[in-house]
Structures are given as C-alpha cells and as structure tokens.
Write a protein that binds this ligand. Structure first.
Ligand SMILES: Cc1ncc(COP(=O)(O)O)c(C=O)c1O
Length: 443
C-alpha cells in the first residue's frame, strides 16, 4: 500500500487481512473465520486472506500478549514459558529431557556440537531429506555421507547405511521423512553394534511413534522443528529430546552461553535459545496437537485405502514397527505408464486445475549443486583431500532415490486436517485425471 493509499477507505475484509497482526496485539480480534476454517475444533486460520496454516485461537493471542506485557521475553530474562514448553513436550513425547532451541537446524547443530562432531568425522544421512540435515553436518566441517532410500517407504534404507560405514563414521543421522518413522530397530541395533550414537532428525515427526513409543529417544536423542509449515509451529523453533542425562546437560550448555550444567566442555557453544513468545505459542498449541493428529490419522488412512485402488498410485508404506506417523507430508508415488505416459508435471497441473495442490517434493539432494560444492570448498579440500572428495561424490550415489524423486508426490499436512469428503474428492479427481490421461498426454 502506498502512502496515498493509506487515506482511502478499506473494506472490512481488506482491513482484517492487513491488520491481523495489529488487532492481535491490541486484543481487537473481530475476525470472521467461517469461510475458510478447516473443521478442526477450536482453531482457525488467522484471517480469511491468510494461508490455511497456521491455525490460531484466542488462547494463542492471550499467551502472546501475556509474554509481551510481562517484559520477560527470554529465558535469560526470567521467563518461564520455555521451561514449561520443555516439560510439556518431554512429557507428551515420553522423554526424560527436552532442550528447546531456536529452530530445527539449531537443534541439530546443538546435538552435533554436544557430541563434538568435527573435521574428519563422517555422518551418515539419508538422500531423501531437506537440505538442513546436510547443513547441520557441514557446519561442523564433518563429512555427510548419503544413504539410499527404500522406495516403498521413502525412508532411509538401513542396508545402505550399513554399506556407508567406515572407520571415520561418528554418527547416524536418520530422518523420519514426512513424519513417518525410519526403521529404528535396525538402525539403532546397527549403531549400537559399532558403539556409535544415533540422533533422529525428527524435525517433521512430533507425535510419530515407533512400537508405541514416541520417536526421538530410540537412539541418543532426537531433533524437532517448529518452523512455519510444521504440525506444531511457532514460526520458527526447535527442540532436542533425550533420555541421557549427560547428553541433556551437554546440549543445554551448548545452546546457551554459560549454561552452567555439570557436563564436560569441548570449548564450543552458541546461542540457540527459543524465545518466550515462541514458547507461549507452542504451549498453547500443544493443547490441540493430539486432536489434530487424530484427524490426520483418520484422513490419511481413508485416503490410502482409496488411492490404493487407483493403478499407478502407491501411497508410501509405513515401515513395519511404525505405530504412528505424524503425517507432516502425505507421500505417494506416481507411475506415468499407468496414466498413458502423462508426465508427472502435467499430472500435477491437471490436479491443480481441480483444486488439488500436490508437490513433486525433494529433488536429488546428493547430486545438487549445493552438495557438490563441498568438494570444491578449500576447507574441505584441506581436511579431506581432493581425491577423497572425488571418491566421496561416487560413494554418495543413490540409484533408488534418483528414481524415487522422479515419481514422488506430496500432499501437505493441512490437507489431512480437512474431512473424509475431501479425501474422497482427492481420490476421485485423481481417478478422473487417469480416465482423461490419454487426451491430457497428447495435449
Ligand atoms: C527433515 C528436516 N530436517 C531439518 C529441518 C530444519 O528445521 P528448521 O527449518 O526448523 O531449521 C527441517 C525443516 O524444515 C526438516 O524438514
């Protein structure tokens, strides 16, 4: 809006969308949600013009205003909400300790820093993940080594992890991609057999379960993200869970300068603290996390049953041992040959025309320009040597993942917060596109 625009009358709708932030602070909510609200109880989109996520309610607003007025905006200023969130999240996830951090990335940086991962160390990570997993390793000048994916589950293949082991391996960093658990039994057993720690990148997986136990503590610890798209969000934020007292103290000391807990020091640390504003939002949202998760569970099960009947559409299977997915992403594979050879990009367009937005998801991380640049990085060349880095590029080959990224499709978690009728609509739109696929492929 230009300066001259500011004197013009604005419609109520424009006003609400432009002033949602201000009215929140002033306590002048006055919002109309009905048109776009998902049927999730007790929370709604911020304003009619806002994206479908996050959802907010009056408790969120009050929680933020209380922090604002308290003047205690951080844990070092005497705020208590970060500690409250840590206790709540640890209790809900059945973990002994929780250390809240400013993001999922900083949760990972803290965990790796607390383990004193550094130059010369290799960390095994999946090829099918967000780049932040990789970045959390390179921040310590350690070497990320990619493990291939199981096409059926989209999760890291434990056989590929075993094959990637070398005497330099210092850590396993599996990811629960889409919020569905990776094979924690096999990975934890393998890690234990080599006396290596396992840290779960559970950034997408709050409330996911492995054999009835929430993820995050099957190895040494787990890292979570509360970034804007996540199922539990404060815009940014993160947490580490662990049952290990010493590791908890190491992480605590790493994430806050002068943490002062009784743990050995490696002479490293940072400030990765969560703010009281973020914690207030997280505490408030924890109250509806379970009911939202149940809605996603039910809708995902219904959608999978419907999609399995469509030739060429294969929902990602849960790894045997998974007893709950967080359904951060609903992932499935698309085989063009069952759709008259219709290219995936055209399939996505055809769905979008009927109001079903799907994403093609991750591209090949292990051969991306960002990853390959590591072999040219002068620090890395000094630490590992040029020829070892050349071999490293070859070691990172992940043929199953290469194919998966060409076939994968995702629906966002927000879709799973709608209802059974919407799941039926999605399936019927896909079936309809299949019927018309010959024409669409020729167009
Ligand atoms: C698998 C995975 N790891 C790490 C991260 C990093 O979390 P954040 O964005 O909170 O730093 C994300 C978040 O997007 C993620 O999806």
């Amino acid at each position: 809006m230009s300066d001259s625009d500011s004197t013009r009358p604005v419609s109520r709708r424009t006003f609400i969308s432009k002033t949602a932030g201000a009215s929140l602070v002033l306590g002048l909510a006055g919002r109309t949600h009905a048109a776009t609200a998902a049927p999730t109880p007790s929370a709604a989109p911020i304003s009619p013009a806002a994206p479908a996520w996050p959802l907010v309610n009056a408790t969120d607003e009050t929680a933020l205003i209380e922090v604002l007025r308290s003047g205690r905006w951080g844990r070092t200023a005497g705020g208590k909400r970060v500690a409250t969130f840590e206790a709540d999240f640890a209790r809900r996830m059945k973990a002994r300790h929780c250390i809240a951090t400013s993001s999922g990335t900083t949760a990972l940086l803290t965990a790796l820093g607390a383990l004193n991962i550094g130059p010369g160390d290799e960390v095994i990570m999946p090829a099918y993940t967000f780049v932040a997993t990789f970045n959390s390793i390179t921040a310590s000048f350690a070497l990320p080594v990619f493990a291939d994916t199981e096409a059926a589950t989209f999760q890291v293949d434990p056989k590929s992890v075993a094959a990637a082991l070398t005497p330099a391996t210092r850590l396993f960093l599996p990811v629960h991609i889409g919020g569905s658990p990776a094979d924690l039994d096999t990975l934890a057993t393998l890690a234990r057999s080599r006396s290596l720690p396992l840290i779960e990148d559970a950034c997408q997986a709050p409330l996911a379960e492995w054999r009835g136990q929430p993820v995050g503590t099957q190895g040494l610890g787990g890292c979570f993200s509360f970034q804007a798209s996540k199922n539990l969000t404060a815009g940014e934020g993160g947490a580490i869970l662990t049952n290990d007292d010493t590791f908890a103290d190491l992480c605590y000391n790493y994430h806050t300068p002068g943490g002062g807990r009784p743990a050995p020091s490696f002479g490293r640390g940072a400030n990765y603290r969560l703010t009281e504003f973020q914690a207030a939002l997280l505490v408030s949202q924890m109250a509806r996390l379970e009911s939202q998760a149940q809605t996603r569970d039910a809708n995902a099960a219904h959608l999978s049953a419907l999609l399995r009947q469509i030739p060429g559409i294969t929902p990602a299977a849960l790894t045997p041992g998974s007893t709950r997915s967080a359904w951060h992403l609903y992932m499935f594979r698309y085989e063009a040959k069952a759709f008259s050879g219709l290219l995936r990009a055209k399939f996505i367009q055809a769905l979008a025309k009927q109001g079903v937005a799907v994403s093609s998801g991750y591209t090949r991380l292990n051969t991306s320009a960002h990853v390959l640049a590591l072999a040219e990085n002068p620090h890395y060349q000094r630490i590992y040597g040029k020829s070892a880095l050349k071999t490293w590029i070859e070691r990172n080959a992940c043929p199953v993942n290469d194919r998966l990224v060409e076939e994968a499709l995702w629906l966002p978690q927000t879709k799973l917060l709608t209802d059974r009728a919407e799941m039926e609509r999605i399936a019927s739109v896909i079936a309809d596109v299949q019927k018309r696929s010959g024409d669409l492929a020729r167009a």
